[in-house]
Design a protein around this ligand. Structure first.
Ligand code: PMT
Length: 225
């Protein structure tokens, strides 16, 4: 492999949608296929990085050369990030993480009863993993977040860039056809703190991954002067 700014760098990439159990046969999840995160992991391997892929359940084949850490819930994912982040140079959070989980998960299948036409599921907030990473972040470490928005893309994404102390924020407007969850294409706007945003066309997730990794390379270069 050619020598790049990523040679010898440890990169943590998260991908897929977390699952939050309701009972033994039901869970809450989202439409993430893992494709975007896996494409970024593969691109980074090709550029010489040591990639640890923390993956929620997906149907995908693990990219060659990555070290897979399988997880299921948001709390599993949070624990894995906290465990691996100290040795990482870069964290990329492409996973679609549940913001809420059921307050209680029960051991037996929930039954419907004749006298009960409604049921209420109480949810509690999960750990904000990027906020946790921000509190652990050392000089020299870079963090990259995603923002999946359905309105006010740039305003909401800019808020996430600042509040989660990110170096890069990859924003996708998932209300648009062909953008975001599940498909093979995406269109993103990449925000950083030092440059006007970079926008991609609607292209393959592989091509989007290459542009995201180009922007990351620029930051690594800037940082290492
Ligand atoms: O997997 P695919 O089918 O290819 O779809 C790709 C994608 C749409 C999942 C991906 O492009 C994407 O947008 N991933 C982030 C989805 C998401 O959770 O976005 P968010 O705006 O809700 O969260 C913002 C950021 O905070 C994300 O980097 C997320 O990983 C992170 N987060 C969210 C919740 C939480 N409790 N902790 C977090 O760290």
């Amino acid at each position: 492999r050619p020598k790049t700014v990523f040679s010898g760098k440890n990169v943590l990439v998260t991908a897929g949608g977390t699952r939050e159990r309701i009972d033994p046969v039901r869970f809450i999840t989202n439409d993430s296929s893992g494709k975007m995160g896996y494409a970024i992991a593969a691109e980074l391997v090709n550029r010489g990085a040591n990639v640890t892929l923390i993956s929620a359940p997906t149907r995908l084949t693990v990219p060659n050369g990555t070290h897979l850490v399988p997880v299921t819930t948001t709390e599993d994912l949070a624990d894995a990030v906290v465990h691996h982040f100290p040795k990482a140079d870069i964290l990329v959070m492409a996973a679609a993480v549940a913001d809420f989980r059921p307050k209680t998960s029960v051991d037996q299948k929930i039954k419907k009863t004749a006298d009960n036409d409604e049921m209420t599921l109480s949810l509690v907030k999960t750990t904000d993993i990027l906020k946790t990473a921000a509190s652990l972040k050392q000089p020299g470490q870079l963090t990259v977040g995603f923002a999946a928005e359905t309105q006010n893309l740039i305003t909401n994404a800019t808020k996430k860039l600042t509040s989660k102390q990110l170096d890069l924020l990859v924003a996708n407007d998932v209300s648009q056809p062909g953008v975001g969850f599940n498909g093979d294409t995406n269109q993103v706007t990449i925000l950083s703190r030092d440059k006007t945003p970079v926008q991609t066309a609607l292209v393959s997730k592989t091509a989007v991954a290459a542009t995201v990794v180009d922007e990351l390379a620029r930051l690594v270069d800037t940082k290492e002067g």
